[in-house]
Write a protein that binds this ligand. Sequence first.
Ligand SMILES: Nc1ncnc2c1ncn2[C@@H]1O[C@H](COP(=O)(O)OP(=O)(O)OP(=O)(O)O)[C@@H](O)[C@H]1O
Ligand SMILES: [Mg+2]
Length: 589
Amino acid sequence: MRTILTMLRPVRGRMTLALVLQTLGAVAAVLPFVAVAELARALLDPGGLGPGGPDPGRVWTIALVGVGALVARSALTIGAVVLTHFADNDLGLVLRRRLAGWLGRLPLGWFTERNSALVRKSVNDDVTAMHHLVGHTLLDLTAAIVVPLVSLVYLLVVDWRLALLTLVPVVLGMGLYARMMAGAMAQYPEYDRAVGRIGAGAVEFAHGIAVVKTFGQAGRAHRRFLDAADDFAAFFLAWVRPMLRASAAMEVLLSPVFMLLWVLGVGTVFVTAGWAAGLDVLPFALLALGLTAPLLTIGYSAEQIRTANRAAARVAGLLATRALPEPTHPREPDGTHVEFDRVSFGYDQRTRAVDGVSLELAPGTVTALVGRSGSGKTTLATLLPRFVDPDAGEIRIGGVDLRELSTDRLYRLVSFVFQDVQLLRASVRDNIALARPEATEADVYAAARAAQIHDRITELPRGYDSVVGQDARLSGGEAQRVSIARALLADTPILVLDEATAFADPESEAAIQDALSELAAGRTLLVIAHRLSTITDVDQILVLDAGRVVERGRHPELVAAGGHYARAWAAHERTAGWTPHPAGEGAGR
Ligand SMILES: Nc1ncnc2c1ncn2[C@@H]1O[C@H](COP(=O)(O)OP(=O)(O)OP(=O)(O)O)[C@@H](O)[C@H]1O
Ligand SMILES: [Mg+2]
């Protein structure tokens, strides 16, 4: 409950007022019934009537109170609903804004596919779950508690013995419900797991269907899904069968018909025995139903509160994720010289993906990272645009640690094109101009031409206005060239580039090569090279192995040195590619 209360703080005032209105409305909802009962007494009670028959003043007062209560009840509950909906609107806005602001401060490295899905779920589902709570559930719950309480108080005043007897089915019903829920809740985790297994089976089946079909395993993959479904069905039946019995018994006990029979039965006994007057049974017939009907609402509300609480916990959990600290006193770099100073980083405690790497990128030079798959090239490169902060060591641009640069400043210094190209669902033009929205048409075209993608864009149905994912369906290589155009237009002095991206589309290899030389001109370039033939002229080559720099130098020097690189080069000469296991070396790794 505490998470929810914290989350509701921005709308606390209005929610309190709404609940007060709802409480008054609930009291007003009971009053007409009380008025009818009292009216009956005023008109019919033989003992209470004066010599001139019923007292007209008293009758009118009761009637007016009853009608007034009806009107007041509508006004109050409408007021409460309007208030909660305004509150809900504001809360949704506050939460979504908070989430958006927080997203902007997260390290880029956080945005894996899984985490992005979490954010989507939170922004949509969790905020909606809170809507039900704020807009409806709390009001329903208030009414469901106040109406029976007020009714009960009145009935106790009329005849406390009858009132207590009226409660018997209510207490029995609630007892049954509580027992049923306790049993059910104990098994809830198992239910969750069974549903999870079905989901996993279905996803696995749908996801791998192409592979499964190709390799003739359709029967087997299918089997796992069917087994999960059968298991679930068996578990579910066993789970709900006892609950069904209890729930049926409870529904009967609390049903209006049963309550009416019970009250009239008990009332008849009381009247025949002379313990109560016939008129005193009337309020019970009128109000007893109001005692049981809200119970189901309470059970239902409790479930919704639990749901909302889980949602609030997820949102709070997300918001608690550590954002990259933004410097309080950002410093201004002196030039664009880049230094990695004994930098280490590990995705987990055990292994270091980057291990004590030192390197310098002089302005205007090209540095290539090579190494077998998994050697840490991408990890090292993502440290420069601060996807994550290193665990040890420092990365400096112009003498200033990245952590002391404002994010804004950093992204005006460094741009990047990585393996998983991210295009926005926006026009191609906006995608290219992302970093410089004020860029002119001519600038955008020039960048696209330099990235060898201009002609392809003009062929799209609406040219530069085509929207990515709608009428602009781009291949992997094309999308990468769009992101190269974006980086070109961003015009940052430092560029990080994963060359693998550039060659995803073999046909355009030459075109991409030209685009890259365009990008490199006059800039500091850190490139992850997958084809040794493209880096024979670069200023320095670093060979990575298990996160460490094992060789560094220019191409001719490294070839002459006869180490990893030389062997890879020899292999490349034969097969045109970086071979991860050069002959005679790397065995046992
Ligand atoms: N998000 C991640 N979480 C955990 N470990 C990771 C993650 N990304 C990479 N690693 C691990 O870090 C090490 C270095 O990976 P990295 O992606 O930097 O290699 P790479 O040299 O770029 O490989 P490739 O040439 O295949 O792209 C590998 O052992 C890899 O399994
Ligand atoms: Mg990589």
